[in-house]
Write a protein that binds this ligand. Structure first.
Ligand code: ZN
Length: 42
């Protein structure tokens, strides 16, 4: 699982693949930044 953070609204979403857009504000995926999940792995 990777965590994707929206650079526009700051919402985070967990997904294996990069989402097509932010599920919160709907911005294009170019604004989504991958964050390493250093915490617990699922
Ligand atoms: Zn967003």
């Amino acid at each position: 699982m990777a965590v994707w953070k929206c650079g526009e609204c700051g919402a985070v979403a967990e997904a294996r693949c990069k989402p097509g857009k932010c599920s919160s504000c709907g911005v294009i995926k170019d604004k989504l930044v991958k964050e390493e999940t250093a915490k617990k792995e699922k």
